[in-house]
Design a protein around this ligand. Structure first.
Ligand code: UDP
Length: 405
C-alpha cells in the first residue's frame, strides 16, 4: 500500500533524548522501516525545522522522509506548533493533488498531525488512522498548571477520535482513557509499539562499567514526569550501586539543561552524587550497549503513554523495575519479567531494586522471561502486519470523515 505517515514534530531522522524527541520518533522510524520491509511504499511527512533540509530524504531503511514547509524553518517547541497545522495540511493537499503520488491511507501520529491529516484526508478522499502517543487529559491530570499544551487540545483529541476512520491505541490503559473521553470503543484497535530485536538483543557490545559495582540504568527525555528524581532519591536507600541516567541534550548537559542541574543538585543533597552519572543523549544505535551494561533498568515515570525503554531493556534480557502506569502495565509482567511499584515512591522503588540486586536467580529468571516476551509479542514486523490489516480495512470502507471544528 501507499502509506503516508504524518509526524509533525517528531522526525524519524532526529537525534533523540531532547525535550521533544523520544519515543514517537523511534516509533515512526521503526514502523516505517518494518512496513517498507514488508513491501509497502511509505512516506513520512514531518515539519521542516532547518533551512538546509532537502524536501525529500531517502532513509536508509527504505522509506522517504518529506520535510513540510509549515512555520519557520527552525526548531519550534511542539506546544507552539498548532498555528502551523493549517499550512501543513494545505501543503499536503497541493502535493497529493498535483503530484504522481497519493496515499491510500494516512497514519497520523500525535493529535496535531491528526488535525492536518483529517483536513488533508477529507479533501483528497484518503482515510485516516490516528495514534495519539500521548493524551492531553492524562498530561493535564499529572502536570496541572505546568501543562503548556494549547487550551483546546483535549477537545480536539476527543473530536479526532470520533472523526477519524480508526484509532490505534498503544495499550489497554489508553483505551480506558479514550472511552472516558467519549471515543467509542468500536472505533479502536490496540496495536502496541514494537522493539527492534536486532539492535536490542542480549548479545552485543557492552558499555564500560566499574567492576564489582551493580549498575542501575534509567533512560528518557529529561523531563519531570519521567520520575528521575524518584530514582535519585531511591539511590540513597540502595548502597553501593551506581545509577546511570541516559537522556537530555547530546552536549553540554549541565551547562544547558536546567533539569539536569536540578538532578545533580538533588543527588548531592541525597549524598549519592558520586554514584549517579548523567551521561546525556546517546544515539539510538548505541542504546543496546547501555542496556546490556546494566543489571536492571528502572523506569519510574508518573505516567507513560507506552514506554519504549522498558521494552528495549527486556529485549536485551535486562529485568525492569517500573512504575505501574500506562503501557508499562502491559509490557512488564509483575513478578515474571520485572517488578511494578507505585509511582513517586522512592522507598518502594528502592526496596524492589535492592531485592532484585540481592537475588541473582530471580534476576536471571526475569531476564529470560523478559527477552522471550519482547521477542514473541513485540517485534516491529508483527506491529507492521497488524497495522497493514487496519490500513486495508479502512481503505476498503473509505468512510467519509466528519469535520473537526
Ligand atoms: N533514546 C535514545 N537516546 C537517548 C534517550 C532515549 O535513543 O539518549 C530513545 C530510547 O531508546 C527510546 C526513546 O528514545 O527508543 C524513548 O522512548 P520512550 O517511549 O521510553 O519515551 P518518550 O520519549 O516517548 O516519552
Amino acid at each position: 500500500m501507499r502509506i503516508a505517515m504524518i509526524s509533525e514534530h517528531a522526525s524519524p531522522l532526529a537525534i533523540l533524548g531532547g525535550e521533544d524527541a523520544g519515543g514517537q520518533n523511534t516509533h515512526v522510524a521503526e514502523l516505517s522501516a518494518a512496513l517498507a520491509a514488508a513491501g509497502h511504499d511509505v512516506r513520512v511527512y514531518t515539519r521542516r525545522d532547518a533551512l538546509d533540509l532537502p524536501v525529500t530524504v531517502r532513509a536508509p531503511d527504505g522509506y522517504d522522509v518529506v520535510h513540510v514547509p509549515a512555520g519557520p524553518a527552525e526548531p519550534v517547541a511542539k506546544d507552539a506548533l498548532l498555528p502551523h497545522m493549517r499550512e501543513f495540511s494545505r501543503w499536503l493537499v497541493e502535493r497529493w493533488r498535483g503530484g504522481d503520488w497519493t496515499p491510500e491511507v494516512i497514519h497520523a501520529h500525535f493529535w496535531m498531525s491528526g488535525l492536518a491529516a483529517l483536513t488533508a484526508g477529507r479533501q483528497t478522499g484518503v482515510p485516516v488512522v490516528q495514534t495519539y502517543h500521548a493524551l492531553g487529559t492524562v498530561k493535564r491530570r499529572y502536570q496541572g498548571v505546568q501543562d503548556t499544551s494549547p487550551a483546546r487540545r483535549i477537545s480536539y483529541e476527543r473530536e479526532l477520535g470520533r472523526s477519524v476512520d480508526r484509532v490505534v491505541a498503544q495499550c489497554r490503559d489508553e483505551v480506558g482513557e479514550l472511552v472516558r473521553m467519549g471515543v467509542p470503543r468500536s472505533r479502536m484497535t490496540v496495536v502496541p509499539s514494537g522493539v527492534n530485536l536486532a539492535s536490542f538483543a542480549p548479545l552485543g557490545p557492552v558499555a564500560d562499567r566499574e567492576p564489582g559495582r551493580a549498575r542501575i540504568l534509567t533512560v528518557g527525555r529529561l523531563v519531570e514526569r519521567k520520575g528521575f528524581q524518584t530514582v535519585v532519591r531511591a539511590m540513597a536507600l540502595v548502597p553501593d550501586a551506581e545509577c546511570v541516567v541516559v537522556g537530555g541534550p547530546p552536549e553540554g548537559l549541565l551547562e544547558t539543561d536546567p533539569y539536569a542541574r536540578r538532578l545533580r543538585a538533588l543527588a548531592e543533597s541525597c549524598g549519592v552524587a558520586d554514584r549517579v552519572h548523567l551521561v546525556g543523549a546517546v544515539p539510538r544505535e548505541e542504546m543496546g550497549r547501555w542496556y546490556r551494561s546494566a543489571d536492571l533498568l528502572v523506569a519510574a515515570p508518573w505516567y507513560e503513554p507506552f514506554g519504549l525503554t522498558p521494552l528495549e531493556a527486556m529485549a536485551c534480557g535486562v529485568p525492569v523495575v517500573g512504575t505501574a502506569v500506562g503501557g508499562i502495565r502491559d509490557t512488564v509482567v509483575d513478578g515474571t519479567t520485572g517488578d511494578l511499584v507505585p509511582a513517586r515512591d522512592p522507598q518502594a522503588l528502592a526496596t524492589a531494586i535492592q531485592r532484585l540486586l540481592d537475588d541473582r536467580i530471580r534476576r536471571f529468571r526475569y531476564a529470560t522471561a523478559a527477552r522471550e516476551r519482547a521477542r514473541s509479542r513485540y517485534s516491529w514486523a508483527v506491529a507492521a502486519e497488524r497495522l497493514a490489516e487496519v490500513y486495508g480495512e479502512v481503505a476498503a470502507v473509505r468512510r467519509p470523515t466528519r469535520v473537526v471544528a
